[in-house]
Design a protein around this ligand. Structure first.
Ligand code: DX5
Ligand code: ZN
Length: 217
């Protein structure tokens, strides 16, 4: 099956959000990746509910919301109401991950769980049946434009084997430093959702960059 491409709006021009959202709508990209940061779980603050509400009004593709916040349980319903299709929490930010993933599904969203680069895939062993998407962080979360951590290739393969063994067809999403030089190897390793911030919005021709990372040209 073809992989999905999810441009990260963190790298868009916030003074021209509507323009950049229209670009994604008209492109070959599949999802909008929205990075929510609280300045506590990660050393940066991005955007929150009012901005997502405004983006949702223009976005014509699924919203893939990546929560880099402590205690995400407080806001699951809020993000469901905002129209998130995928809601991803960090394993490192959840005391009761099993319950949180169940609650996300109950609200009608796909349940995603993200692993920081230092967190082994084995951390998910006992929740595989609760997971619709595993997000492997290929940079330390908090900022766009960072360098891809090469270890992610092996981690992707290990995660795909673990999911296969459990009979799960959950998505594997790679987030951070993905671009024209590594997307293909990531798909070959078992990833099927690629987040692309800088490599989309800093490209001289974003449409063309998206087509390249989709494998269309
Ligand atoms: C990092 C975010 C990423 C980020 C990716 O904390 O989770 O989604 O926007 O940006 P690039 O693709 O520029 O590395
Ligand atoms: Zn992200």
């Amino acid at each position: 099956m073809a992989h999905f491409l999810a441009p990260s709006m963190l790298a868009s021009d916030f003074a021209n959000l509507e323009r950049d959202i229209r670009m994604v709508n008209a492109s070959e990209a599949d999802w909008f990746h929205l990075d929510v940061m609280d300045g506590v779980f990660v050393p940066n603050i991005s955007f929150g509910m009012p901005v997502i509400e405004a983006m949702a009004r223009h976005a014509q593709k699924p919203l893939d919301v990546h929560l880099m916040i402590v205690d995400p349980d407080r806001y699951l319903k809020t993000f469901a109401d905002l129209g998130a299709s995928v809601l991803t929490v960090h394993v490192e930010a959840c005391h009761h991950l099993h319950r949180t993933l169940g609650a996300i599904r109950e609200l009608g969203m796909k349940a995603g769980v993200a692993l920081n680069p230092h967190t082994p895939v084995s951390a998910l062993e006992d929740v595989l049946d609760q997971v619709d998407l595993v997000c492997l962080m290929s940079v330390n979360p908090g900022f766009g434009g960072q360098k891809f951590i090469e270890r992610t290739f092996d981690k992707t393969k290990a995660m795909r084997s673990m999911l296969n063994a459990a009979g799960s067809d959950a998505h594997i999403e790679i987030d951070g430093g993905v671009g024209e030089g590594n997307w293909k190897r990531l798909v070959e390793a078992g990833a099927d959702v690629l987040v692309a911030g800088s490599s989309t919005f800093r490209a001289s021709d974003p449409h063309q960059a998206i087509r390249v990372m989709k494998g269309i040209e």
